[in-house]
Design a protein around this ligand. Structure first.
Ligand SMILES: Cc1cc2nc3c(=O)[nH]c(=O)nc-3n(C[C@H](O)[C@H](O)[C@H](O)COP(=O)(O)OP(=O)(O)OC[C@H]3O[C@@H](n4cnc5c(N)ncnc54)[C@H](O)[C@@H]3O)c2cc1C
Length: 445
């Protein structure tokens, strides 16, 4: 019996997809890679994950876990064929324990839903990737995703207490637990978080919740000079104030959003910074004044304070529209997330401008600038081989620039298949070898 027949025998009918029409959409994620799986299994319970992994381990078939497929680095793509394990149909459980400030969830739950549930108890789940309304918590855990609030509250790994994982050999293990403190053994939880689906399949997670701040204050600051905007971010962060969010958009992003869904952003500005302060309402008034003073000192063209909650929401909505808006400019979007120490943001912006001019590529920049995590996006056309070659060279130089400035290849999108060729630049030969040895220990086959 072939492994495919064995798979169809052990999993409920209708959950194993083998026809080309059904498999095709699993060839893609939100990067620009394309790899067709031999089979897709829509798992609906832990035991099915165990069965698929045991069978795949026996027949040496690669398995790729998948949540919503919004990955920007090619993580869920079946680069060596085999099985895509679709976890999006897993039962969605959100088990709130407000008295412990924790919640236990299954991997298929959309991240924004966890925060929605927490808010009903006056709590929040802090990680807020811009894709939170479409991406799964399983994908967030595997990518160690971050979002605008990462500036103040950290990324996914800072909010995970424990996991239940099916290992590549089909065994079930628990890591960490339910308690805030836990130093028993190696920190396997942190090893699995950010492992991009290479060390096992997460089937349950216990996450930390925190009290929801009583008030927030949004501000938008326009600059006529990109470097000045970068310097203003560094200046604010060393002033003793820690905003919850500090997001950056360059002129191309501002104009793209205004062409896509106009809300009245200043299209003539070279860059805008959108800030959110959170905390006690009286403290926010003081902090807002300090930020205004810093921004004026740094040469801000305009400071806009939303008058209503709706105006503030519209500004954050505009920030979320950047990705879909810039995708309209050209058919292919090479989306990077190289991250530098915060003080190096102005230098990184200069380097990006030089790379753009040298390789004659269209680069737009936005991102979570407060934590040094910029998203330079190269807009190009995959069908134009010459343009793609220039884009490739530009990406390589972007990574080199980030590393030279003391940064990293990826602040939140992961290495995936897209950045794998560059991993050694950051980890070194021995670092990559150690990584492979960890992989071999977890997944001998
Ligand atoms: C418009 C847009 C905005 C985005 N904004 C952000 C942002 O602000 N911050 C950010 O960090 N990312 C962002 N992303 C990237 C993406 O949404 C995140 O990486 C997200 O965590 C992926 O979740 P997913 O459910 O789509 O996972 P998938 O794309 O399906 O998979 C991602 C990775 O996780 C693995 N995986 C999935 N589920 C499991 C599981 N249960 N067990 C083990 N491994 C698993 C997969 O194998 C793969 O390697 C954005 C993407 C888009 C398209």
């Amino acid at each position: 019996m072939t492994w495919l027949q064995e798979l169809e025998n052990c999993i409920t009918e209708g959950q194993v997809l083998t026809s080309l029409a059904n498999r095709y959409s699993y060839s893609f994620d939100a990067s620009f890679g394309e790899h067709l799986p031999e089979a897709v299994v829509k798992v609906k319970q832990k035991q099915e994950v165990v069965q698929v992994l045991k069978l795949a381990n026996k027949h040496l078939i690669p398995v790729y876990p998948r949540g919503s497929g919004t990955c920007l680095s090619g993580g869920p793509l079946p680069v060596h064929g085999g099985i895509v394990l679709d976890l999006s149909q897993f039962p969605k459980k959100i088990d709130m324990r407000p008295e412990d400030l924790t919640v236990t969830v299954t991997p298929s739950v959309l991240t924004a839903k966890i925060n929605d549930e927490a808010e009903k108890h006056g709590l929040m789940y802090a990680p807020d990737p811009s894709s939170a309304h479409v991406a799964t918590i399983g994908g967030n855990l595997a990518e160690n995703s971050g979002g605008p609030r990462g500036l103040k509250y950290g990324v996914t790994k800072d909010h995970v207490l424990g996991l239940e994982v099916v290992t590549p050999e089909g065994d079930v293990i628990r890591t960490g637990g339910q308690t805030i403190k836990n130093v028993t053994g190696y920190d396997l939880t942190k090893l699995i978080v950010g492992s991009e689906g290479t060390l096992g399949v997460i089937v349950e997670a216990t996450l930390k919740l925190m009290p929801k701040p009583p008030a927030v204050q949004t501000m938008m600051i326009a600059f006529s000079n990109v470097r000045k905007a970068g310097e203003a971010i560094s200046k604010t962060l060393t002033s003793g104030i820690l905003p919850a969010k500090m997001e950056f958009m360059d002129q191309a992003c501002i104009q793209a959003v205004e062409n896509f869904q106009p809300i009245g952003l200043p299209v003539d500005a070279a860059a805008i910074i959108i800030v959110e302060l959170d905390g006690h309402p009286e403290a926010l008034q003081v902090e807002r004044k300090i930020v205004e003073e810093i921004m004026n000192d740094m040469g801000a063209e305009d400071i806009i304070i939303p008058k209503t909650d709706k105006e503030a929401k519209d500004l954050w909505h505009a920030r979320k529209q950047v990705s879909p808006a810039i995708a309209k400019i050209k058919p292919t979007k090479v989306s990077e997330d190289a991250t530098v120490p915060r003080s190096k943001i102005p230098d990184f912006m200069d380097r990006l401008q030089a790379i753009k001019e040298k390789h004659k590529v269209e680069i737009v920049v936005f991102g979570h600038a407060g934590d040094g995590n910029l998203h330079p996006n190269i807009l190009c056309d995959q069908r134009d081989a010459e343009e793609m070659k220039r884009a490739e060279l530009a990406v390589e130089e972007m990574f080199e620039a980030a590393l030279e400035l003391g940064g990293t290849l990826s602040g939140e999108h992961g290495i995936g298949t897209m950045k794998a060729p560059f991993l050694e630049l950051e980890l070194g030969e021995v670092g990559v070898d150690m990584t492979k040895r960890i992989k071999d220990a977890w997944d001998p086959n």
